[in-house]
Design a binder for this molecule. Structure first.
Ligand SMILES: C[S@@+](CC[C@H](N)C(=O)[O-])C[C@H]1O[C@@H](n2cnc3c(N)ncnc32)[C@H](O)[C@@H]1O
Length: 671
């Protein structure tokens, strides 16, 4: 039934061509297509590239030949490779590019630049422990003479399809020769890429059609103990066998084959499921195998698995085994992107613009110098920053002269981006509860020449008591980091259910404080952006939905990002506010960037009466009521009626006698 594109309508999956239709990867670490295709069949690896220690696993077999067949069909066209196979460099100031404008640079800002940190380095991992501090690792790129791992990245970031605006540029028949990129050939290269992308899109359409036909032909009914695609007998272990296997060192070949088979069967369970075995048995087996194959604890494997259709889940787990592209953000306070690109090219850096959605980002493919130690870096002309972490700031869309709060800001990737978009006007309060982390924040602010930033260190929950009345607030919340597993594989095993509860709880507290810190009277703004580098619903939609219920004076608005999957409006029996479809999710396997979530709120004046708010709350029976909703520790007067009403409901439910409602000063009841 088509590939990911047709199924998920999300435009081109990212440059992880390897997992097609739920099949596993054959190419290592995002090799570029041109290279990877050549050795596709010879190099069918059995397991994903592990970031976890090799010695944590048993030696595994290296080949599973049966993967070849499925891979063959997917090698022709991978939309993700569109922008990847060549080292093309696009025209830097293409029309229609969204994001921060370089306009203000015209004339006098040639020297300006914004530097940003890689999001992971800035705190994604820290978030996990809410305060664990990691030094910036700015020398992320290869030392002299060595090739960057990035060389092996396939990788355009959101190159095409419905996710991004496609280019209308003229097509060119010329093949990309991967020759040196110069300022002179950039535009031609860009056109070549577009042409090549169009050709590949056609091929992909053809492939999807073929895949649909293949699937239609796949009418084999397994019946009892059946055979797999290769005619080998397939046995689905019983619960007892599974429990027994858990105590043994897994045979990776067996696990891998079973993974593949379970995916295949679950995609067509009616036809292929073994008689007498339920769908949930297959799912349990699959989740258990995902956990052991990719090295997750069972809890997290299941939690992440639940986010996707079966085959796509495998793509997600596979993508977490592959490093994302190294990207930098031009500091427009100090440099123009084209000048920066030229300077880095002159130093032997192979790069290209990230994509049309940003006019300040550059993707680094390879470098003969460490990108975190070039003279341009030290001079603050750029920030090493994950592409996904541009998104919240683009959504925030700060306007010159505004007063902005970055509530959880260290080490400042987004703060410095905001500062640049303000063109060093207005003021950015860069807050972070972790004082140690504010050191790197301050260092970045200085390096990037941000003169409109004030660094402070409060618990975000102290706002707006500390300070309020902001035009815009960014809450890039502390989170579990499930979107950045490729950077920090420890997340796979160190997160428990309790961690997610605590994080969600903190995020709910913080988001209300962020909202209350905004002035609804702002002439230019009155917006809050909430973001995380996590993909779990607890930390994203559930938090946003909670805020919508607790603050009737806010509404979700379009992030204007132009791509990204819609947030969930329903998830596993929970129904969220329908406007959650305005939020955006970003995934490694779809967008070739870290997993991320972005929501944007407009804050309006508080017009509704308490009574009306409560009525609204009660009127929607389907609304999610979080267990901990009344236990978030947010105890303002304004929340009191809600807390009391919830307490009454809880007591009623438990059969406890409920005291009469208190009356307010005005004589009206509080609920
Ligand atoms: C995702 S990181 C922020 C990354 C940052 N926005 C950037 O782009 O560089 C989350 C930050 O939240 C901070 N943090 C954790 N709990 C907090 C709280 N209660 N109030 C404010 N900041 C908090 C952590 O110290 C961490 O630096």
């Amino acid at each position: 039934m088509g590939g990911r594109r047709t199924k998920y309508k999300q435009g081109p999956p990212a440059p992880l061509p390897e997992v097609k239709n739920g099949r596993f990867s054959t190419k290592k670490s995002g090799k570029r297509k041109a290279e990877a295709d050549d050795d596709l069949e010879e190099s069918l690896p059995v397991r994903p590239i592990k970031k976890i220690k090799e010695n944590e696993r048993e030696p595994k077999t290296k080949k599973v030949v049966s993967f070849a067949k499925s891979l063959k069909s997917s090698r022709k066209t991978n939309p993700l490779d569109k922008g990847t196979k060549s080292k093309k460099t696009q025209e830097f100031d293409s029309d229609g590019w969204e994001d921060a404008s370089d306009d203000h640079l015209e004339g006098d800002l040639d020297g300006l630049d914004i530097v940003d940190e890689d999001d992971f380095l800035q705190g994604a991992t820290e978030e996990l422990d809410l305060g664990w501090d990691e030094e910036e690792d700015v020398n992320v790129l290869p030392t002299k003479g060595k090739k960057s791992k990035q060389r092996e990245q396939p990788a355009s970031i959101i190159p095409t399809g419905s996710d991004a605006t496609s280019s209308d540029d003229e097509e060119s028949d010329e093949e990309d020769d991967d020759g040196p990129i110069t300022m002179a050939n950039m535009e031609a290269r860009s056109r070549e890429i577009d042409a090549s992308a169009a050709r590949e899109a056609e091929l992909e359409a053809e492939e999807l059609q073929n895949a649909a036909l293949d699937e239609a032909d796949d009418s084999g009914d397994m019946g009892e103990e059946g055979e797999d695609e290769d005619g080998e007998p397939f046995h689905l272990p019983t619960a007892e066998e599974r429990a027994e296997e858990k105590n043994m060192v897994p045979d990776i070949q067996v696990v891998q084959r079973r993974l593949r088979e379970c995916v295949r069967i679950l995609r067509n369970f009616q036809k292929l499921g073994l008689r007498g075995r339920s769908r949930s048995e297959y799912v349990d087996q699959l989740v258990s195998d995902i956990a052991s194959y990719y090295g997750y604890n069972d809890f997290l494997a299941e939690k992440l698995f639940q986010l996707f259709p079966v085959a796509e889940a495998i793509e997600f787990f596979e993508a977490n085994e592959v490093a994302r592209p190294v990207t930098i953000r031009t500091n427009t306070l100090k440099a123009r992107r084209r000048d920066l690109a030229q300077a880095l090219i002159n130093r032997g850096v192979n790069l290209e613009p990230i994509g049309k959605w940003t006019n300040v980002g550059l993707q680094i493919f390879e470098s003969s110098v460490p990108i975190g130690a070039t003279p341009e870096y030290l001079a603050g002309h750029y920030m090493l920053q994950a592409a996904s972490s541009f998104l919240p700031v683009i959504a925030l869309s700060p306007q010159p002269e505004e007063r902005i709060l970055d509530m959880a800001s260290a080490p400042g990737g987004k703060t410095t981006h905001i500062s640049a978009l303000l063109q060093n006007t207005g003021v950015v309060f860069a807050n972070d509860a972790n004082k140690a982390r504010t050191k790197s924040l301050t260092a970045n602010v200085h390096r990037l020449g941000c003169k409109n930033v004030i660094v402070c260190s409060y618990d975000g929950r102290e706002f707006p008591k500390v300070m309020g009345g902001f035009d815009r607030v960014l809450l890039d919340a502390p989170c579990s980091g499930t979107g950045v597993i490729s950077k920090d594989s420890s997340v796979k095993v160190n997160k428990s259910e309790r961690d997610f509860q605590l994080l969600s709880h903190l995020q709910k507290q913080l988001i209300l404080c962020a909202i209350d810190s905004v002035s609804p009277d702002s002439k230019t703004g009155a917006y809050v952006v909430y973001s995380t580098c996590s993909v779990t619903v607890d930390e994203n939609e559930a938090v946003v939905d909670y805020a919508l219920r607790k603050r009737p004076n806010i509404k979700l608005v379009d992030t204007d990002l132009g791509f990204g999957r819609e947030g969930f409006t329903k998830f596993r029996g929970k129904t969220f506010n329908p406007s959650l479809n305005l939020t955006r999710r970003f995934y490694p396997h779809v967008h070739n960037m870290d997993g991320f979530f972005v929501a944007k709120f407009k804050v309006e004046k508080r017009a509704k009466s308490r009574a009306a708010e409560t009525t609204n709350l009660k009127s929607d029976e389907n609304m999610v009521i979080d267990e901990d909703e009344d236990d978030v520790g947010f105890n303002s007067d304004e929340d009191q009626p809600f807390l009391e009403e919830a307490k009454r409901r809880r007591m009623k439910a438990k059969g406890i006698r409920v005291p009469p409602r208190k009356t307010s000063n005005t004589g009206t009841t509080t609920s």
